[in-house]
Design a protein around this ligand. Structure first.
Ligand SMILES: C[S@@+](CC[C@H](N)C(=O)[O-])C[C@H]1O[C@@H](n2cnc3c(N)ncnc32)[C@H](O)[C@@H]1O
Length: 371
């Protein structure tokens, strides 16, 4: 079949279009991995389905997939290919030289995002990142990429868990843009059974978010008025999210997560004040000498302390770079996954050095040590 020549040109991307019936488009991309593989995103009117398959299965995959379409456009190492099936089932194949040389080396392959353009995510439309047809607006592509990056950071950890049902709490949810996107991604795209609660102190924000959840048809996402420290759950919580909850509100969120044994924690702390105001910097001039740098270093030390306490409680901790929708300079995401690991000497040292040198026990330490 005509696929053979096309496949021999090692395509990095193939788009199947002009559908016969229920599908809209299939977009197949070469993804670098160990080993490399292809990922197909098959679009229907309302959904996208993903399939991964080995490179040597491309021919087999195309044979089946192409039965739903009349056209393939493909980008190979040397040629751009166009394959059409006529109404009389005749196959027409053409190719033209691929002037832009495609380097199929692992670092240059086109990135496949978790959210695909053309799959409508209502919150992205309301944020004016996407138009009503699901096209990402060129001027908002950076934001789209950043949101994808955040979802990847969640995906990285949930895909290792053998779980289809997730209970998630978002502490200090505020206007909840990312909450809506995360819920949409996990339920509609990943097809997980997710119950999610967003909690915040502001009544107007909570009622607006409940209306939005209704408008989007998210029946297991609800918003509740309350303080993190008083929140009680009637079910086991698997994931705690807390993005830019102010100052020690993050510590209350982490304390709840740890006490629930939540499997995953995603926290972006913000407005760090406690260590700056309560720490005794008199004997550590290298930190306390200058105002702004003292403020920045004490914020970073606070997050190290939080990371170390999470490790002490059996979590594996990564500090990742996070973006922010509201332009805050606070952009460290603490991602923690519960394991049965023992506390490392490094994390003991972090806690001892901060508490010893700056003569203060911070909020998370006090909460966890029952003070
Ligand atoms: C800067 S906003 C962040 C909102 C949202 N998570 C985001 O990243 O866009 C912080 C939110 O945390 C809420 N908050 C702060 N302390 C809280 C607490 N103790 N309990 C519940 N919500 C809290 C505030 O009301 C505010 O809406």
């Amino acid at each position: 079949m005509e696929f053979i020549a096309l496949i021999g040109d090692h395509p990095v991307r193939l788009i199947l279009s002009n559908p016969l019936k229920e599908y809209r488009k299939s977009d197949i991309r070469l993804i670098s991995g160990d080993p490399d593989f292809y990922q197909c995103a098959r679009f229907t009117e309302t959904q996208v389905f993903h399939f991964n398959f080995a490179i040597d299965k491309l021919h087999e995959f195309l044979m089946k997939e192409f039965s739903h379409y009349r056209q393939i456009d493909a980008w190979g190492e040397q040629y751009i290919w166009n394959l059409k099936r006529t109404k009389k089932d005749k196959i027409l194949l053409s190719k033209k030289s691929n002037d832009v040389k495609i380097d199929v080396g692992p670092h240059n392959r086109k990135k496949s995002y978790i959210l695909q353009d053309e799959v409508i995510v209502p919150a992205l439309v309301d944020l004016k990142i996407m138009d009503e047809k699901g096209n990402v607006l060129p001027s908002r592509y950076d934001k789209f990429k950043q949101i994808n990056r955040f979802l990847e950071m969640i995906e990285d950890v949930i895909e290792k868990e053998d779980k289809t049902q997730w209970n998630i709490v978002d502490f200090g949810c505020g206007k909840s843009y990312l909450t809506f996107i995360v819920y949409d991604y996990l339920t509609r795209i990943r097809k997980l059974d997710v119950s999610m609660v967003g909690l915040d102190l502001k009544a107007d924000v909570i009622s607006a978010c409940n209306l939005t959840a209704q408008k989007y048809g998210y029946d297991k996402l609800r918003f509740q008025l309350g303080n993190i420290k008083d929140f009680k759950s009637d079910r086991d919580i698997d994931m705690v999210i807390s993005l830019h909850a102010c100052d020690t509100a993050t510590d209350y969120a982490l304390n709840q997560a740890i006490r629930w044994n939540a499997k995953i924690v995603m926290a972006v702390p913000c407005c760090h004040k406690e260590l700056l105001h309560k720490g005794d910097f008199s004997e550590v001039a290298m930190i306390g000498a200058y105002g702004l740098s003292k403020e920045r270093i004490s914020a970073l030390m606070t997050d190290n302390y939080r990371g170390a306490y999470l490790e002490k409680m059996g979590y594996n901790v990564d500090m990742l770079e996070m973006f922010d929708l509201s332009h805050s300079p606070k952009n460290i995401l603490i991602r923690a996954v519960k394991t049965d690991r023992k506390q490392s000497q490094k994390s003991k040292d972090v806690i001892e050095q901060i508490e010893g040198n700056l003569k203060v026990r911070l909020c998370l330490g006090r909460l966890l040590e029952g003070e």
